[in-house]
Design a protein around this ligand. Sequence first.
Ligand code: NAP
Length: 303
Amino acid sequence: MENVVGLTPLAKRVLVTGATGFVGGHLVRGLADAGIAVGAMLRAESSAQVLDQRATILHHDGSTGNLHALVRSFAPNVVIHAATHFVGTHEPDHIVRLVQANVLFGTQLLDAMARCGIKRVINFGTTWQHFDSDHYNPATLYAATKQAFEDIAAYYAEAEGFAILTLMLPDTYGPADRRGKLVSSLLRVQKEGGRLDLSPGEQRINLLHVEDVLSGVRMALDRICAAPARTHEAFALRGPDTLSLRDLVARIERLGGRPVPVTWGARPYRSREVMRPWMGPLLPGWSPGIDLDRGLSDLMGSK
Ligand SMILES: NC(=O)c1ccc[n+]([C@@H]2O[C@H](COP(=O)([O-])OP(=O)(O)OC[C@H]3O[C@@H](n4cnc5c(N)ncnc54)[C@H](OP(=O)(O)O)[C@@H]3O)[C@@H](O)[C@H]2O)c1
């Protein structure tokens, strides 16, 4: 994240939640590379092994009071809230974790920030909040919890004078992805063998490289540092390529020069499968820099 310091004079101390996650981990590294002091908020059970060593680790015990003390002691200019619990299709025993990570923890965080006078936040949403490209129509319970947090954040913007910018993400991919998501699973079976059971594969997906998430966050930092109180806005980030799952597999086969062993139609579509991704307004001034051919080729080269 070159130039972050020069472009964002106010963002000198940034607190990142979800710092052990895919996006959060890349953010911690990118911010530290730019000379920004980074605090990484971790749960007691989180493993700090994967974390960039330049981050200041703040262990959260789950209570609101402890969160307040940690935010006060680190005193960030901006908080980047990247913690989440994701599940595509929920079961009853996912509900506590979904609400805890996506609603409760974020609310505790905003309240702690308010009491410390720290009022600039970058948050992440999901394009799945816009099923059928509706203004608001959650494709999954996960997406509904993401919206619930945004609605709570609107209170902190209006009542407490926060400036909150939500970046709406499509599927992301890139190096060091331990989530077992689509792209890494396809590359794994192409390289190591095995077989992936997939749906019929006609759904169109947009894929955003994690380095482009970082460039979006860099712009968002600029924007949030200049934003007036009571700002709450949301913009999309998306990759240059939108294609069907079948075309994605064909693309990986072409780039890798080997078949990707998948069984089409072995799984049904989800009951609310997103067949066409939402194409909402992009973050002003931002565009992605990494197309799918380059992003996938780099990943193949590094494996
Ligand atoms: N990546 C995508 O494709 C995508 C797409 C749309 C939106 N988003 C959004 O982008 C953001 C980053 O996603 P990601 O893919 O990087 O997530 P991720 O890899 O699944 O990481 C989730 C992070 O949240 C932490 N976490 C989980 N439950 C928590 C809780 N109850 N309290 C505090 N921390 C908790 C995890 O910590 P532990 O290490 O302790 O588990 C981990 O650091 C999220 O807001 C997500 O909703 C991502």
